[in-house]
Design a protein around this ligand. Structure first.
Ligand SMILES: CC(C)(COP(=O)(O)OP(=O)(O)OC[C@H]1O[C@@H](n2cnc3c(N)ncnc32)[C@H](O)[C@@H]1OP(=O)(O)O)[C@@H](O)C(=O)NCCC(=O)NCCS
Length: 165
């Protein structure tokens, strides 16, 4: 797959051997991207968070990663995931792209790919939380074309929409 600037990216499910790549991705996110992605739900990176992020069952929890090549080395530049919540047909989605890689179309491509996978898996409701400071994501949500239900509380916008094939 190619980004808007022509750079090649490989999209694939996360795998158990991705612990180091995922950890590098995490440490490379800016504080603001980390805050928007993790919403202060954790304070620091722990071995447990790394394990939970990388060792998934691909059914209840699925993650898609974007890999770039820099100087012959693999670099994880984006991660998006869903968790069934509640099973069997509702899921929460989250994602983040490394700051230097934002604005090249990657976030949109990863989200569309993830939503296609979710549709194939008969997931019907999608939901998530966005910081009210995250103006970009709030705008994207408004422009998404989905019929969105929203509720704001404690600095967070909770959104929900239905997925149809
Ligand atoms: C949200 C996020 C994943 C989007 O990823 P991305 O790769 O930048 O997305 P895209 O390049 O596909 O851009 C999507 C839209 O945002 C716009 N955009 C992206 N970066 C922008 C920037 N810095 N300034 C202005 N617009 C920007 C693009 O123009 C595009 O708009 P369009 O659809 O109207 O053309 C990324 O910004 C991110 O990781 N943010 C931090 C974590 C986060 O907020 N996660 C969401 C909550 S879990």
């Amino acid at each position: 797959m190619k980004l808007n600037d022509g750079i090649k990216i490989f999209l694939r499910p996360i795998k158990p051997t991705d612990e180091d790549l995922w950890t590098d991705w995490y440490y490379s996110l800016s504080n603001i991207s980390k805050k928007f992605r993790f919403l202060d739900t954790h304070r620091q990176l722990t071995p447990q968070l790394i394990k939970e992020s990388v060792h998934i069952d691909y059914v209840n929890h699925f993650a898609l990663v974007a890999i770039a090549k820099e100087n012959g080395e693999e670099l994880m530049v984006g991660v998006t995931r869903y968790r069934l919540d509640p099973p069997p047909d509702s899921a929460v989605i989250v994602g983040a792209v490394l700051d230097d890689w934002q604005g090249k179309g990657l976030g949109t491509k990863m989200l569309l790919y993830l939503l296609q996978i979710m549709i194939k898996r008969k997931i019907k409701q999608v939901h998530g939380d966005i910081s009210l400071e995250n103006r970009l994501m709030l705008r994207l949500l408004d422009q998404s074309g989905f019929q969105i239900t929203e509720k704001d509380a404690n600095g967070i916008r909770h959104f929900e929409f239905q997925l149809t094939a």
